[in-house]
Ligand binder design. Structure first.
Ligand code: XMP
Length: 506
């Protein structure tokens, strides 16, 4: 299959470039800047990402570009453009103040293929501390803003383009058109990467890889494991054995509801209710990391015991997706995201690993789910942490606290759906605080739990904003919770964004 290679120089928006290319129906791979593939027979173009570095600094990332430059179409974005210019004999210098935010292209060369269909003035988004101040010989200026002369350039006799702005972000209003001009118009993408074609080719590949083998898969109720299961089921039918463990910290009725959904989809699934076992292992533990470890350890124990009952299973399937695997180009030495995974894989695992979604971004997983005929409520379900409500019950966990939080969460989630707000939110849930507060109900003084509602908007959970929910919605949810959930007399709404807060409270 045709692919575009995106060389990552450590920009925060590199994954976004990848998603935009995929939205154009084109497969792409994000690789660290110095790992251009040995075999590039199916590569149709190369994109060089932005970076927090300066091209002229001693420690700058300046890989050898000669493997593809002049032979394949190349688009440099921000640092990528500066790198091209600098490497080929142009000049890049600090601009004094960092140029950040919206700008307008006041000049665009109408003859440039990269800007086909884009006319000045066109809003773009800038984020750079250096600027190109002279182009290499044989290169031409093709776009400028009032303050950035070399906002875009092209080579006169080789398929090379550079843009100082970021076409991948939504504030660059015609960035989608520019990327389409590059990927489709210049690189010649046949746009063959579609959910249907992915399903068709995956089913074929899975059949040939798995033969008559049996596969075990742990379902969590989440989108990724569910789509992986339905895809595998399409490939190998009942030879896929799914296990869905209830650790007692799921949402209210979730175990039964999700199990029924799975059965309706024709999956060969076994539900294992191990709630009592998990809750007794957690009794008295208040430390957030220890709680996570207990749940992770127990999960592996329960799952392995069930998997061992499946005679002759050879493979373990997982819903790992592409962002979990992209080797982040840790260029500034800062780890931005650490990956959560319930329990991880046992070290002595004898099963081989099968990860049918390992090339997909989250939005592609959802599109594949729809293409497989899965119901919308499964495909668009909010993310939910592996340890479930355990990270939302601060301090120790008791069955009574689980009951209270499940009831509160149920009112909140049901109301979000009823008001048509669910799909506008990335993730929502309730948190049970370890404090009691004084209240008054009727003529009685109460001394009950305070709960917090949290709803955030996000695209990848790495950053998140608190969601601006309508006041009358919050009022009604609060009333319903306080009037109906025994043990709660106060409801708060969390207005912290991430960073500096996180989505979960523990
Ligand atoms: P934070 O709280 O780090 O959460 O902003 C980011 C995303 O990760 C989820 N999350 C977890 N998922 N195991 C998981 O499987 C965990 O221990 C865990 N902690 C947080 C969280 O719900 C959000 O979607």
């Amino acid at each position: 299959m045709q692919r575009i290679i995106i060389l990552d120089f450590g920009s925060q928006t590199t994954q976004l470039i990848g998603r935009r290319v995929r939205e154009l129906g084109t497969f792409c791979e994000i690789l660290p800047y110095d790992r251009y593939p040995e075999d590039d027979s199916d590569v149709i173009g190369v994109i060089l990402s932005g970076s927090p570095l300066s091209v002229y600094a001693d420690d700058a990332a300046r890989p050898d570009l000669s493997r593809f430059l002049g032979r394949l179409p190349v688009l440099g974005i921000c640092y990528g453009a500066q790198l091209l210019s600098f490497t080929l004999g142009g000049r890049v210098e600090p601009v004094g103040t960092r140029e950040y935010g919206r700008a307008g292209l006041s000049f665009i060369d109408p003859a440039c293929r990269l800007f086909k269909g884009i006319e000045a003035p066109s809003q773009v988004w800038m984020s750079h501390g250096d600027s190109i101040t002279a182009l290499p010989e044989g290169y031409r200026l093709v776009a400028s803003t009032d303050s950035v002369r070399f906002a875009a350039f092209e080579c006169g006799n080789a398929p090379v383009w550079g843009v100082q702005f970021h076409p991948e972000v939504m504030h660059t209003l015609q960035g989608g058109q520019l990327l389409e001009n590059f990927v489709v118009g210049i690189c010649g993408s046949r746009r063959e990467w579609t959910p249907d074609s992915f399903v068709e080719s995956s089913v074929k590949e899975l059949r040939s890889m798995l033969g008559d083998d049996k596969v075990v898969l742990g379902l969590s109720g989440g989108v990724d494991s569910s789509v992986a299961a339905v895809l595998l089921n399409r490939a190998i039918g009942d030879r896929l054995n799914c296990i869905f463990v209830n650790h007692g910290l799921l949402r209210k009725h979730e175990f039964e509801d999700v199990l029924n959904d799975y059965k309706d989809l024709g999956l060969n699934v076994k539900g294992v209710d191990a709630s009592a076992e998990f809750l007794s292992a957690l009794a008295g533990e208040s430390d957030p990391e220890k709680k996570r470890k207990i749940i992770g350890g127990k999960f592996v124990e329960v799952f392995n015991a069930e998997a061992a009952k499946i005679d002759g299973a050879k493979w373990l399937a997982q819903g790992t997706i592409y962002p979990d695997r992209i080797e982040s180009c840790n260029i500034t030495g800062k780890v931005i995201k650490s990956h959560h995974n319930v329990g991880g894989l046992p070290k002595d695992m004898k099963l081989r690993l099968c990860e049918p979604l390992k090339w997909l971004f989250k939005d592609e997983v959802r599109a594949v789910g729809l293409s497989l005929g899965m119901p919308r409520h499964m495909v668009f379900r909010h993310p939910f942490p592996g340890p479930g409500l355990a990270v939302r019950i601060l301090e120790d966990i008791t069955p009574e606290k689980v009951r209270i939080l499940q009831d509160v969460d149920d009112v909140f989630m049901r109301s979000l759906r009823e008001y048509g707000l669910y799909d506008r939110i990335w993730q929502a849930g309730a948190i049970l605080l370890p404090v009691r507060t004084v209240g008054v109900m009727g003529d009685e003084r109460t001394y009950d739990h305070a709960v917090v509602l949290r709803a955030v908007t996000s695209t990848d959970a790495m950053t998140a904003d608190w969601a601006e929910l309508p006041t009358d919605f919050l009022r009604n949810v609060s009333n319903e919770i306080i009037n109906n959930v025994k043990g709660v007399n106060r409801v708060c709404y969390d207005i912290s964004s991430k960073p500096p807060a996180t989505i979960e409270w523990e």
